[in-house]
Design a protein around this ligand. Structure first.
Ligand code: BES
Ligand code: ZN
Length: 600
């Protein structure tokens, strides 16, 4: 097993940037961009203030699919020579700007490409209101460079400001201090005074409005969705309070959500001050708001203390899943968070089975060198990371562990952390000489080893056990309508569906759907689980519902498994390709890339 624990690299090399921050590093970005919906481009300037080490004669930025018109020095004094490097797959091209001794800052004049990876340009038909176009960005992991020339590495932080020009009548928000009202001239000014890494740069433009939830939280959504969203997220202020009570003050001032159109490729994205969210969590019963707790938790784990490279992704996501569960436990009790954890554990087992339990992609610490980080990021960082932290909590006790985490967030605020730095901190501050405990946990085995270690915590859920009993009864002949499913929560329904045998007859499928109306539910998580059964059992009666879902929703977590399930049989693959040919234009480039590869 690897033992890298004794060396703490002062500056770790990020394999996914062209930048040489040790020579010249970005400190402040000032954007001035016009949003052109007709041409699907952003055009304008990026003014970059930087810090120069020694007599560095150039600054290197990341770009991908950007057209650079010119680079000017200081107050437009004179043009600077620049060069674009060769295109490297998924990394794009280095932009090398030559600096003179007098260069204090540079202004880059540029235009994005209509195919920019981070940007999705939606026609009015693709929105809830159907009247106005919509634009949103998704910069994580390495797509910020497709809409701004920056040093696109999680280890490099900068403050930013922006002026964004949009068509009159539309609103704009960024991962920054945001307007709460539309401007009359379509011009918006933004300021992000805290330093952030490039993957947290974000912009959304559309016909949305704002509704406050309390003095520091609120929701942006299209007018037809706003009330529903505000109702769904009513507990948001309590979540922020609970999070602060756990691990220290919220560092970013305001915390808002924006509900995006259904093509958003993720469930949520933790853009500072305004989380971007899929509308598929608007279940109408507040049952899918765990996702909000997750994105909120990133305000500490990720946005405040950031993974140094994408290989350390679990420092963002594993910590966030743990934190998210603690928030949900504080609000809704341990029964609830245990069900949540167990569902996550089932996901992990499935992912590891798919990857193979000796695969290096099942290590908590990833190796994404020469790969698109997007390919290597899976449930392992989230769930195996989460269970490692749970094991620490159980071994050292919650009280001690909470103190440790609180200090962790405080000591590394606005900095990055490598896995190896964390191991050192863990040994020093948590283990603190308790070698028996350290041996029991064997952190190296968890982080640099494959599969699920034997000492993984086991969670019991009385409520899930009751669900499993009902499924057994059904398998033994009790009609679905006669089962005791009274007051089932979403999590119990999810357990119910996942606990069903994978092979079911048409009669059985009909019995279930007649009793519980899975195919008509407005709950996207439940519908998704049902549709997996629909595909596995070729329950063609529900194919219209399947197609409708794949046309409407672009959230990759749902879309990818459904196409993959279809593609398991030759007829299914033909159907998958047929559906995808029509659905593809509705998906974000991130989802498109995944499905293109899958169905090829
Ligand atoms: N930061 C992630 C989304 C992400 C990860 C985007 C990697 C690009 C690359 C976000 O916080 C997240 O994890 N979202 C999850 C929801 C969560 C409840 C597990 C999602 O989108 O499904
Ligand atoms: Zn996350």
């Amino acid at each position: 097993m690897q033992t890298e624990t004794t060396t703490t690299p002062v500056l770790v090399k990020d394999p996914h940037t062209f930048a040489h921050p040790e020579e010249a590093v970005i400190k402040h970005l000032d954007l001035d961009l016009s949003v052109n919906f007709e041409k699907k481009i952003l055009t304008g300037t990026a003014r970059i203030q930087f810090e120069r080490k020694g007599d560095a004669s150039q600054i290197i930025l990341d770009t991908r699919d950007l057209t650079i018109q010119k680079v000017l020095m200081n107050d437009a004094e004179k043009p600077l020579a620049f060069e674009l490097g060769d295109t490297v797959p998924f990394l794009g091209r280095a932009l090398v700007v030559n600096l003179t001794p007098e260069t204090k800052f540079i202004t880059i004049y540029y235009t994005t490409s209509p195919d920019a990876g981070a940007l999705q340009w939606l026609s009015p038909e693709q929105t809830a209101g159907k009247k106005s176009p919509f634009l949103f960005t998704q910069s994580q992991a390495i797509l910020a460079r497709t809409w701004a020339p920056v040093q696109d590495s999680p280890g490099i932080r900068f403050t930013y400001s922006a002026t964004i020009h949009v068509p009159k009548g539309l609103m704009a928000v960024m991962s920054a201090e945001n307007p709460q009202q539309k401007s009359s001239d379509g011009i918006y000014h933004f300021k992000m005074p805290q330093p952030i890494p490039a993957y947290l740069l974000a912009l959304a433009v559309g016909d949305f409005t704002f509704k406050p939830l309390d003095k520091r939280t609120g929701v942006y959504a299209e007018p037809v969705t706003l009330e529903k969203a505000a109702w769904e997220f009513v507990d948001l202020p309590k979540m922020v309070d609970a999070a602060e009570k756990l691990y220290g003050p919220y560092a970013w001032g305001q915390y808002d959500l924006i509900v995006l159109p259904p093509s958003f490729p993720f469930g949520g994205m933790e853009n500072p001050r305004v989380t971007f969210a899929t509308p598929t969590i608007l279940a109408g019963d507040r049952s899918l708001t765990t996702l909000v707790a997750h994105e909120l938790a990133h305000s500490w784990s990720g946005n405040l203390v950031t993974n140094a490279t994408w290989n350390d992704f679990w420092m963002n996501e594993g910590f966030t899943v743990y934190f998210e569960n603690r928030i949900m436990e504080a609000l809704y009790g341990k029964d609830f968070s245990d069900m949540q954890s167990l569902l996550g554990f089932e996901d992990l087992k499935e992912t590891i089975a798919e990857l193979g339990d000796t695969s290096a992609d099942t290590h908590v610490k990833l190796n994404l060198v020469n790969r698109d980080p997007d390919d290597g990021m899976n449930d392992v960082a989230y769930e195996k990371g989460h269970f490692l932290l749970l094991l620490m909590e159980q071994t050292f006790g919650r009280e001690k562990f909470d103190v440790f985490l609180r200090n962790h967030f405080k000591n590394h605020a606005f900095q990055t952390i490598t896995t190896e730095q964390f191991i050192e901190e863990y040994n020093h501050d948590l283990v603190a000489g308790d070698t028996a405990a350290a041996k029991k946990i064997d952190i190296e085995r968890w982080i640099y080893g494959p599969g699920i270690p034997d000492n993984c915590p086991v969670i019991h859920s009385v409520r899930f056990e009751a669900v499993e009993k009902q499924v057994e009864a059904w398998k033994n002949g009790t009609a679905a309508a006669a089962l005791n499913t009274k007051n089932y929560s979403t999590n119990e329904w999810l357990r119910f569906l996942r606990y069903l045998p994978s092979s079911l007859t048409e009669k059985q499928m009909k019995d279930l759907d007649d009793a519980f109306h899975f195919s008509k539910t407005g709950n996207s998580e439940i519908l998704f689980c049902w549709l997996e059964l629909v595909i596995a059992n070729k329950y063609t009666i529900n194919y219209p519902a399947l197609k409708e879902f794949l046309f409407q929703v672009g959230r990759r977590k749902f879309v990818k498994p459904l196409y993959a399930d279809l593609a398991k049989t030759p007829e299914g693959k033909i159907l998958a390709k047929e559906i995808y040919a029509k659905a593809r234009p509705n998906y974000h480039s991130i989802t498109q890339a995944t499905i293109d590869e899958l169905l090829n």
